[in-house]
Design a protein around this ligand. Sequence first.
Ligand code: PMP
Length: 389
Amino acid sequence: MSCHKLTVPPPKIVDREFVKPLLCGPGPSDVWPSVAQALTKPILSPICDELFKASDDIRAGLQYVFQTRSNLVLALSGSGHTGMETIISNLVGPGETLLIASRGIWDQRAFIMANRYGIKTETVTIPMDMTFTPAQLEPALKKYRPTALFITHGDSSTGTVQNLEGLGDLCHKYGTLLLVDTVVSLVAVPFFMDEWGVDAVYTSTQKAFSGPAGISPVAFSARAEQKIKTRKHDPPFYFDIKLLAQQWNCYGNTRAYHHTISPPLFWALRCCLQEISKETLPATWARHAASTAYFHKRLRENTFGFLIPKPEDRLATVTTVVLPKGYDYLEFVKYMRAKHNILIFAGLGPTAGKALRVGIMGVNSTIKVVDAVVDAMVDTLVALKKSSL
Ligand code: PMP
């Protein structure tokens, strides 16, 4: 027995009850009932046959959702930022240049990370309610010949979706790798890694996948793999894709221990991929497009506005909604939770004070959920009218 006296008493950790809200912010979204069950499966070691087989299933599912035949496909232990950190630190060395296509908050995060790794950064910036044309990016690619270009596909801070077609070829013309964030777009919006020439891509599980956060899929092209093989720098140990590829058996016959993957998250991701594969990508894309079209129609009918002027730039998962003049965005969000138990969010970064961010995605991408959300928004408009105007 130690003779040391405890100086910190045990805290009283009481049970906290709450009624689960409907999750209609920019993420997380509600989970599939089957995923909630998968989270309760028994805990196993990462080094056992059951998890080895499940990891092969996950890799096959990820090749499907990313639409890639690449072998360098796996899931990282961590939320979406882990994907950002991993692709940047593995593919761009200190002193090399990362070109950042900047229109929201995620590109700013990429900028901060790259600077911490001693990477040179250059940015091309457009207004936050627009998306890039290749002509806006080509002069910077030509001028800087960067190692990589970072761009966000679906931007949850602005509610925009970036057209990526042709961008891979454009980058490759200048010897540049194309790195893409699909955290809030994958499986809701069409994405074709191989066809579009994407070299590294990551996503996360808590948005259109309808799973819990904490395990982030990532994939690398043959071009990116070549860079990883020949690079002169070492990325952080935890994010080193060379080591992670061995744990995930990307090249066959290697099940080397790197770190302890969380079994509940592992089973949950596998279950999300099972659900998506059953529904099929074309069907899930069509479901998201249909519920969002209906959502936008109901918003228009009820005097709400859109922050993003061009309909083709609007993201199918997260809509940035403008309230009539005089309303306070934070107050609106608070009322929606207090009265209707629906969680939506106010703007973030460039959209703070300018819009609501409402997420209709994953299992919540249904007409029933859209009606519940819009009915509550209309009630909130009426209820807050006297106090705000
Ligand atoms: N990229 C995008 C587009 C996101 O929406 C988010 C999270 N909202 C992130 C990156 C960061 O992901 P996480 O919070 O899971 O780390």
